[in-house]
Design a protein around this ligand. Structure first.
Ligand code: SF4
Length: 346
C-alpha cells in the first residue's frame, strides 16, 4: 500500500456531501451541518448496497488469501443474523451470496494492481487563480479503491444497479464527487487518470412463495370445472426451498452481463472547472456565514422524487417543537467514520 502525505488538519473539514448540500439549498445545509439535525424516523433498514460494498472491500483486502471467497461469504452470513425469521433479510442474504459468488468467478484475477482499499483522505482546497490553499477549509472524503493499470492509476468505484443502460452509463459521467476526489488525490500524490466503475447488477428474481391452502383449493376447483371428469390432478405448489432459490440465483449470476466495468477518463478541463466551482462555493458559504443568511431553495424541496427530510421543519417556520419531535441531534460527516483526521467540521 502506498502512503501519502496528509494535508494539515487544523482547518474545518468540507466533504462533497456538505458542499453539494450547500449548493442545492443553503438552509438545508444549516439544518444538517450547523444545527446537526437528523430525521428521527430514518429507514435504518440494513442497506444492501453497504453490505456489498463492505464485502468487496474485504475481497480486495484479502487478495493474498486463497480462502477469500469463504471469508467474504462468512461475512455476508454475519450481516443477516435474522434471516431465518425475517423475509427481507433472507432475500438480501440470498442475493448477496449469489452476487458475490458470481463476482468471484467473474473476476478470479484482475488486470490491475490494488494500491489502496477504502482510502480516506484530506486535501487542500486551492484558489484556482493564485494556487494558494484556503485558510478556512480542507476537503475530506473516502474512495472505494485506487488501482494501478499499465496506462496509469485509477479510482475503483463500486456500484450496485438494477439495470445498466445507456442513460445509466451517461450518468456516470456526471459523477462530480468522484471527479473531485480524483483531483484531490492527484494533489496528494496519486496520479489518477480515470475511474473504473465496478457495477454489480441486482437480480430481480424472487423466491417462490408457493400456494396457500385456500389458493390451491380455488385453483384446483377451477381446473376441475374445466375437466370433463369434474376432477383435477393438480398438486399444491410448495414454497421454493432455499437451496433451489440459491441455485436459480447462482445461475443468473453466472452470466457475464451480471457484472460490468466502465472506464471513464478524466479531462484536465473538467478537473480545472471543478476546482473553480469548489472555490466559488466555499466563498459563497463564507459570505452566508458572515451575514447569517441561509436561503431556502424551494425548487429543491421535492428533488429525487421525494420530499426533503426537512420539509416539515421549514413548513413550520422553524418551530423548535417540530425540531424536537422529528429530529435527533447527530454529528454530520458519517461517511468519514474512522477518518484519520481530527479536524473540526464546519
Ligand atoms: S424543505 Fe426545501 S427549503 Fe427546506 S431545507 Fe429542504 S430543500 Fe431547503
Amino acid at each position: 500500500m502506498t502512503s501519502v502525505e496528509q494535508a494539515p488538519t487544523d482547518k474545518s473539514v468540507l466533504t462533497y456531501s456538505a458542499l453539494n448540500t450547500f449548493r442545492n439549498c443553503p438552509r438545508k445545509y444549516k439544518h444538517r451541518y450547523l444545527d446537526n439535525l437528523r430525521p428521527r424516523e430514518r429507514a435504518d433498514a440494513l442497506s444492501f448496497g453497504s453490505v456489498i460494498h463492505s464485502a468487496i472491500e474485504l475481497w480486495y483486502r484479502s487478495i493474498a488469501n486463497g480462502n477469500r471467497l469463504s471469508i467474504v461469504l462468512d461475512f455476508i452470513d454475519q450481516q443477516f443474523p435474522l434471516r431465518a425469521g425475517d423475509d427481507a433479510q433472507k432475500a438480501m442474504w440470498h442475493l448477496a451470496r449469489a452476487m458475490f459468488t458470481g463476482y468471484a468467478s467473474c473476476y478470479p484475477t484482475e488486470d490491475f494492481e490494488i494500491v489502496e482499499v477504502e482510502k480516506l483522505f484530506t486535501g487542500e482546497i486551492r484558489n484556482p487563480e493564485t494556487g494558494r490553499p484556503s485558510q478556512t477549509f480542507v476537503m475530506a472524503g473516502k474512495v472505494d479503491g485506487i488501482v494501478r493499470r499499465p496506462d496509469g492509476m485509477y479510482l475503483l468505484e463500486h456500484k450496485t444497479a438494477s439495470s445498466i443502460d445507456a442513460s445509466y452509463l451517461d450518468k456516470l459521467w456526471t459523477d462530480t464527487q468522484i471527479a473531485l476526489y480524483s483531483f484531490q488525490l492527484r494533489q496528494l500524490g496519486y496520479p489518477i487518470v480515470g475511474v473504473i466503475y465496478n457495477v454489480l447488477l441486482k437480480s430481480r428474481l424472487k423466491q417462490k412463495a408457493g400456494e396457500s391452502e385456500v389458493e390451491f383449493e380455488s385453483r384446483r376447483k377451477e381446473l376441475a370445472a374445466k375437466n370433463k371428469s369434474g376432477r383435477s390432478t393438480a398438486k399444491r405448489q410448495l414454497p421454493e426451498s432455499d437451496e433451489d432459490f440459491q441455485a436459480r440465483l447462482d445461475e443468473w449470476y453466472s452470466r457475464p452481463e451480471a457484472f460490468h466495468r466502465e472506464h471513464i477518463y478524466l479531462s484536465e478541463d473538467r478537473l480545472a472547472m471543478l476546482q473553480d466551482e469548489v472555490w466559488e462555493i466555499t466563498q459563497q458559504y463564507l459570505d452566508a456565514r458572515r451575514r447569517g443568511k441561509w436561503l431556502l431553495n424551494t425548487s429543491n424541496c421535492f428533488s429525487y422524487q421525494r420530499p426533503c427530510e426537512f420539509l416539515p421543519y421549514c413548513q413550520s417556520g422553524f418551530n423548535p417543537n417540530v425540531a424536537e419531535n422529528l429530529y435527533d441531534i447527530t454529528l454530520p460527516h458519517e461517511e468519514l467514520t474512522n477518518a484519520d483526521s481530527d479536524a473540526p467540521v464546519f
